[in-house]
Design a protein around this ligand. Structure first.
Ligand code: ASP
Length: 312
Protein backbone atom coordinates (compact mmCIF):
# COMPACT_ATOMS: atom_id res chain seq x y z
CA UNK A 1 0.00 0.00 0.00
CA UNK A 2 1.15 3.53 -0.76
CA UNK A 3 0.15 7.05 0.24
CA UNK A 4 -1.75 9.08 -2.35
CA UNK A 5 0.65 11.99 -1.81
CA UNK A 6 4.41 12.64 -2.11
CA UNK A 7 4.50 15.17 0.73
CA UNK A 8 2.78 15.51 4.09
CA UNK A 9 1.72 19.15 3.98
CA UNK A 10 -1.55 18.86 5.86
CA UNK A 11 -4.35 16.49 6.82
CA UNK A 12 -6.58 18.46 4.44
CA UNK A 13 -4.88 16.74 1.46
CA UNK A 14 -5.05 13.18 2.83
CA UNK A 15 -7.61 10.51 1.99
CA UNK A 16 -9.13 8.46 4.83
CA UNK A 17 -7.19 5.48 3.39
CA UNK A 18 -3.90 7.46 3.78
CA UNK A 19 -4.74 8.15 7.42
CA UNK A 20 -5.58 4.47 8.08
CA UNK A 21 -2.34 3.40 6.38
CA UNK A 22 -0.24 5.79 8.49
CA UNK A 23 -1.97 4.65 11.71
CA UNK A 24 -1.57 0.93 10.97
CA UNK A 25 2.09 1.39 9.97
CA UNK A 26 2.65 3.37 13.19
CA UNK A 27 1.26 0.40 15.13
CA UNK A 28 3.96 -1.80 13.58
CA UNK A 29 6.64 0.73 14.48
CA UNK A 30 5.28 0.97 18.02
CA UNK A 31 5.97 -2.75 18.34
CA UNK A 32 9.53 -2.16 17.08
CA UNK A 33 9.98 0.51 19.75
CA UNK A 34 9.10 -2.01 22.44
CA UNK A 35 11.93 -4.35 21.45
CA UNK A 36 15.28 -4.30 23.31
CA UNK A 37 16.90 -3.06 20.08
CA UNK A 38 14.66 -0.28 18.83
CA UNK A 39 16.42 0.43 15.58
CA UNK A 40 15.51 -0.82 12.07
CA UNK A 41 17.44 -0.29 8.80
CA UNK A 42 14.35 0.91 6.87
CA UNK A 43 15.76 4.35 5.90
CA UNK A 44 19.43 3.46 5.57
CA UNK A 45 21.01 5.75 2.91
CA UNK A 46 18.15 8.26 3.20
CA UNK A 47 19.25 11.76 4.26
CA UNK A 48 16.76 13.97 6.06
CA UNK A 49 17.19 17.61 7.02
CA UNK A 50 15.18 19.00 9.92
CA UNK A 51 14.57 22.68 9.17
CA UNK A 52 13.21 24.39 12.26
CA UNK A 53 12.49 28.10 11.76
CA UNK A 54 10.37 28.25 14.91
CA UNK A 55 10.87 26.97 18.46
CA UNK A 56 10.03 23.36 19.20
CA UNK A 57 10.82 20.84 21.90
CA UNK A 58 8.69 17.70 21.49
CA UNK A 59 8.22 17.77 17.72
CA UNK A 60 11.91 18.31 16.91
CA UNK A 61 13.14 15.65 19.33
CA UNK A 62 10.41 13.27 18.19
CA UNK A 63 11.32 13.64 14.48
CA UNK A 64 15.03 13.27 15.24
CA UNK A 65 14.41 10.16 17.28
CA UNK A 66 12.12 8.70 14.61
CA UNK A 67 14.80 9.30 11.96
CA UNK A 68 17.51 7.70 14.10
CA UNK A 69 15.33 4.68 14.89
CA UNK A 70 14.88 4.24 11.11
CA UNK A 71 18.69 4.51 10.52
CA UNK A 72 18.37 7.65 8.37
CA UNK A 73 21.21 10.18 8.17
CA UNK A 74 20.00 13.44 9.68
CA UNK A 75 21.04 17.07 9.61
CA UNK A 76 19.59 19.62 12.00
CA UNK A 77 19.14 23.22 11.05
CA UNK A 78 18.08 25.96 13.45
CA UNK A 79 17.23 29.26 11.76
CA UNK A 80 18.80 31.43 14.46
CA UNK A 81 22.24 29.84 13.98
CA UNK A 82 22.18 29.99 10.16
CA UNK A 83 22.55 32.37 7.22
CA UNK A 84 18.82 33.10 7.48
CA UNK A 85 19.83 35.75 10.00
CA UNK A 86 22.04 37.21 7.23
CA UNK A 87 19.01 37.72 4.96
CA UNK A 88 19.04 34.60 2.79
CA UNK A 89 15.65 33.65 1.30
CA UNK A 90 13.89 30.42 2.23
CA UNK A 91 14.26 29.02 -1.27
CA UNK A 92 17.98 29.87 -1.46
CA UNK A 93 18.61 28.23 1.91
CA UNK A 94 16.78 25.08 0.92
CA UNK A 95 18.33 24.88 -2.58
CA UNK A 96 21.77 25.11 -1.01
CA UNK A 97 20.95 22.30 1.41
CA UNK A 98 19.49 20.14 -1.35
CA UNK A 99 22.55 20.55 -3.55
CA UNK A 100 24.26 18.51 -0.83
CA UNK A 101 21.92 15.63 -1.84
CA UNK A 102 19.19 15.55 0.78
CA UNK A 103 16.17 13.27 0.23
CA UNK A 104 13.57 14.64 2.65
CA UNK A 105 12.89 17.90 4.48
CA UNK A 106 11.00 18.17 7.77
CA UNK A 107 10.01 21.77 8.21
CA UNK A 108 8.55 23.98 10.91
CA UNK A 109 7.89 27.63 10.06
CA UNK A 110 5.95 30.52 11.60
CA UNK A 111 4.46 31.41 8.19
CA UNK A 112 1.36 29.44 7.20
CA UNK A 113 1.98 27.81 3.82
CA UNK A 114 5.81 27.77 3.99
CA UNK A 115 6.08 23.98 3.41
CA UNK A 116 3.52 24.20 0.56
CA UNK A 117 5.71 26.88 -1.08
CA UNK A 118 8.75 24.60 -0.78
CA UNK A 119 6.91 21.61 -2.23
CA UNK A 120 6.00 23.64 -5.34
CA UNK A 121 9.62 24.59 -5.95
CA UNK A 122 11.13 21.24 -4.94
CA UNK A 123 8.68 18.65 -6.27
CA UNK A 124 11.21 15.81 -6.09
CA UNK A 125 12.01 16.16 -2.39
CA UNK A 126 9.50 14.83 0.14
CA UNK A 127 8.44 17.70 2.41
CA UNK A 128 6.95 17.00 5.84
CA UNK A 129 5.12 19.82 7.59
CA UNK A 130 6.10 19.92 11.28
CA UNK A 131 3.82 22.90 11.95
CA UNK A 132 3.20 25.97 9.74
CA UNK A 133 1.93 29.13 11.44
CA UNK A 134 -1.73 28.90 12.31
CA UNK A 135 -2.44 26.44 9.49
CA UNK A 136 -1.68 22.75 10.18
CA UNK A 137 0.37 20.39 12.34
CA UNK A 138 -0.43 17.09 10.60
CA UNK A 139 1.81 14.72 12.57
CA UNK A 140 0.29 16.05 15.83
CA UNK A 141 -3.22 15.21 14.62
CA UNK A 142 -2.03 11.77 13.49
CA UNK A 143 -0.46 11.00 16.86
CA UNK A 144 -3.59 12.31 18.60
CA UNK A 145 -5.69 9.96 16.44
CA UNK A 146 -3.36 7.06 17.19
CA UNK A 147 -3.63 7.77 20.94
CA UNK A 148 -7.44 8.00 20.83
CA UNK A 149 -7.67 4.73 18.88
CA UNK A 150 -5.32 3.04 21.34
CA UNK A 151 -7.54 4.13 24.24
CA UNK A 152 -11.03 3.79 22.71
CA UNK A 153 -10.53 1.21 19.93
CA UNK A 154 -11.77 3.43 17.07
CA UNK A 155 -12.32 7.03 16.00
CA UNK A 156 -15.64 6.34 14.33
CA UNK A 157 -18.58 7.75 16.27
CA UNK A 158 -16.39 9.02 19.11
CA UNK A 159 -17.11 12.48 20.49
CA UNK A 160 -14.00 14.63 20.55
CA UNK A 161 -13.91 18.08 22.16
CA UNK A 162 -11.20 20.65 21.33
CA UNK A 163 -10.95 23.38 23.95
CA UNK A 164 -9.27 26.78 23.86
CA UNK A 165 -7.58 28.99 21.29
CA UNK A 166 -9.12 27.40 18.22
CA UNK A 167 -8.41 30.45 16.06
CA UNK A 168 -4.61 30.32 16.35
CA UNK A 169 -4.17 26.59 16.84
CA UNK A 170 -2.75 24.54 13.96
CA UNK A 171 -3.34 21.47 16.16
CA UNK A 172 -7.07 22.27 16.19
CA UNK A 173 -7.35 22.61 12.40
CA UNK A 174 -5.41 19.40 11.67
CA UNK A 175 -7.47 17.53 14.29
CA UNK A 176 -10.75 18.81 12.81
CA UNK A 177 -9.79 17.66 9.30
CA UNK A 178 -8.62 14.26 10.51
CA UNK A 179 -11.42 13.47 12.93
CA UNK A 180 -14.22 14.48 10.57
CA UNK A 181 -12.63 12.46 7.72
CA UNK A 182 -12.49 9.41 10.00
CA UNK A 183 -16.12 9.61 11.18
CA UNK A 184 -15.68 11.12 14.65
CA UNK A 185 -17.94 13.89 15.95
CA UNK A 186 -16.10 17.12 16.77
CA UNK A 187 -17.11 19.92 19.14
CA UNK A 188 -15.19 23.14 19.81
CA UNK A 189 -15.30 25.14 23.02
CA UNK A 190 -13.50 28.33 24.01
CA UNK A 191 -13.95 32.10 24.23
CA UNK A 192 -16.02 33.51 21.32
CA UNK A 193 -13.12 35.86 20.48
CA UNK A 194 -10.86 32.83 19.85
CA UNK A 195 -13.45 30.94 17.77
CA UNK A 196 -13.40 31.38 13.96
CA UNK A 197 -16.97 32.01 12.83
CA UNK A 198 -16.76 29.95 9.61
CA UNK A 199 -15.79 26.64 11.22
CA UNK A 200 -19.20 25.33 12.25
CA UNK A 201 -20.74 25.48 8.77
CA UNK A 202 -17.63 24.93 6.65
CA UNK A 203 -16.02 22.09 8.58
CA UNK A 204 -19.03 20.27 10.01
CA UNK A 205 -18.26 20.73 13.70
CA UNK A 206 -20.39 21.81 16.67
CA UNK A 207 -19.59 24.83 18.84
CA UNK A 208 -20.55 24.98 22.54
CA UNK A 209 -19.37 27.99 24.53
CA UNK A 210 -20.40 26.48 27.88
CA UNK A 211 -17.42 24.32 28.85
CA UNK A 212 -19.32 22.21 31.39
CA UNK A 213 -21.96 21.25 28.79
CA UNK A 214 -19.22 20.53 26.23
CA UNK A 215 -17.35 18.28 28.68
CA UNK A 216 -20.57 16.43 29.54
CA UNK A 217 -20.98 15.66 25.81
CA UNK A 218 -17.51 14.33 24.97
CA UNK A 219 -15.53 11.08 25.24
CA UNK A 220 -12.19 12.86 24.77
CA UNK A 221 -11.16 16.41 25.69
CA UNK A 222 -8.11 17.77 23.83
CA UNK A 223 -7.00 20.89 25.71
CA UNK A 224 -5.08 23.52 23.72
CA UNK A 225 -2.60 26.20 24.78
CA UNK A 226 -3.40 29.86 24.22
CA UNK A 227 -1.07 30.86 21.38
CA UNK A 228 -0.07 34.23 22.88
CA UNK A 229 2.87 34.49 20.46
CA UNK A 230 0.42 34.59 17.54
CA UNK A 231 -1.98 37.19 18.98
CA UNK A 232 -1.39 40.87 18.31
CA UNK A 233 -4.48 42.18 20.05
CA UNK A 234 -6.21 41.59 23.37
CA UNK A 235 -8.67 38.74 22.84
CA UNK A 236 -9.47 37.87 26.46
CA UNK A 237 -9.20 39.73 29.74
CA UNK A 238 -6.46 37.82 31.61
CA UNK A 239 -5.02 34.33 32.03
CA UNK A 240 -6.69 34.15 35.43
CA UNK A 241 -10.10 34.94 33.95
CA UNK A 242 -9.42 32.45 31.14
CA UNK A 243 -8.75 29.74 33.72
CA UNK A 244 -12.03 30.54 35.46
CA UNK A 245 -14.11 30.27 32.30
CA UNK A 246 -12.24 27.71 30.17
CA UNK A 247 -9.65 26.02 32.39
CA UNK A 248 -10.17 22.25 32.71
CA UNK A 249 -10.18 21.73 36.48
CA UNK A 250 -10.80 18.68 38.66
CA UNK A 251 -13.73 20.53 40.26
CA UNK A 252 -15.42 20.91 36.89
CA UNK A 253 -14.74 17.29 35.94
CA UNK A 254 -16.07 16.03 39.29
CA UNK A 255 -19.40 17.74 38.53
CA UNK A 256 -19.70 15.57 35.39
CA UNK A 257 -20.32 11.93 36.11
CA UNK A 258 -18.19 10.55 33.27
CA UNK A 259 -14.68 9.31 32.51
CA UNK A 260 -13.19 11.61 29.89
CA UNK A 261 -9.85 10.95 28.19
CA UNK A 262 -7.68 14.06 28.68
CA UNK A 263 -5.23 15.09 25.94
CA UNK A 264 -2.91 18.06 25.38
CA UNK A 265 -0.36 18.56 22.57
CA UNK A 266 2.07 20.40 24.86
CA UNK A 267 3.62 22.63 25.98
CA UNK A 268 1.22 22.75 28.94
CA UNK A 269 0.58 25.97 30.81
CA UNK A 270 -0.42 24.47 34.14
CA UNK A 271 -3.05 26.52 35.96
CA UNK A 272 -4.14 28.29 32.75
CA UNK A 273 -5.85 25.93 30.27
CA UNK A 274 -5.51 22.85 32.49
CA UNK A 275 -4.89 22.24 36.18
CA UNK A 276 -1.97 20.10 37.28
CA UNK A 277 -4.08 17.39 38.91
CA UNK A 278 -6.06 16.94 35.66
CA UNK A 279 -2.91 16.86 33.48
CA UNK A 280 -1.39 14.21 35.76
CA UNK A 281 -4.60 12.22 36.41
CA UNK A 282 -5.22 8.58 35.47
CA UNK A 283 -7.45 9.69 32.59
CA UNK A 284 -4.68 11.78 31.04
CA UNK A 285 -2.85 10.31 28.02
CA UNK A 286 -0.59 13.34 27.56
CA UNK A 287 2.68 11.41 27.93
CA UNK A 288 1.33 8.55 25.82
CA UNK A 289 0.76 11.10 23.03
CA UNK A 290 4.46 12.01 23.21
CA UNK A 291 5.46 8.34 23.20
CA UNK A 292 3.19 7.58 20.23
CA UNK A 293 4.57 10.58 18.33
CA UNK A 294 7.82 8.75 17.57
CA UNK A 295 6.05 5.71 16.04
CA UNK A 296 3.68 7.92 14.03
CA UNK A 297 6.57 10.02 12.64
CA UNK A 298 8.49 6.86 11.79
CA UNK A 299 5.44 5.72 9.81
CA UNK A 300 5.13 9.04 7.95
CA UNK A 301 8.84 9.17 7.02
CA UNK A 302 8.93 5.52 6.02
CA UNK A 303 5.79 5.76 3.82
CA UNK A 304 6.94 8.98 2.13
CA UNK A 305 10.39 7.51 1.42
CA UNK A 306 8.80 4.90 -0.86
CA UNK A 307 10.99 2.15 0.67
CA UNK A 308 9.50 -1.32 0.67
CA UNK A 309 11.16 -3.05 3.63
CA UNK A 310 9.53 -1.96 6.92
CA UNK A 311 11.87 -3.64 9.39
CA UNK A 312 13.96 -6.68 10.04
N1 ASP B 1 3.24 22.17 20.11
C1 ASP B 1 2.04 22.51 19.39
C2 ASP B 1 2.35 23.36 18.18
O1 ASP B 1 3.50 23.52 17.83
C3 ASP B 1 1.00 23.13 20.27
C4 ASP B 1 1.38 24.42 20.95
O2 ASP B 1 2.45 24.97 20.71
O3 ASP B 1 0.56 24.88 21.73
O4 ASP B 1 1.44 23.86 17.56
Amino acid sequence: MQLSTKHLLGIKDLLPSDISLILSTAQQFKEVLQRPIKKVPSLRDVTIVNLFYENSTRTRISFELAEKRLSADTINFAASASSVSKGETLLDTVNNILSMKVDMVVMRHSASGAPHFLSKHLPDTAIVNAGDGINEHPTQALLDAFSITEKLGTLEGKKILLIGDIMHSRVALSNIYLLTKMGAEVMLSGPPTLMPKYMEAALGVKIEYNLKKALAWCDVANVLRIQLERQNQVLFSSLREYNRAYGVTSKLLSEIDKDIVIMHPGPINRGVEIDSDVADSKNSVILKQVENGVAVRMAVLYLLSGKKELSS
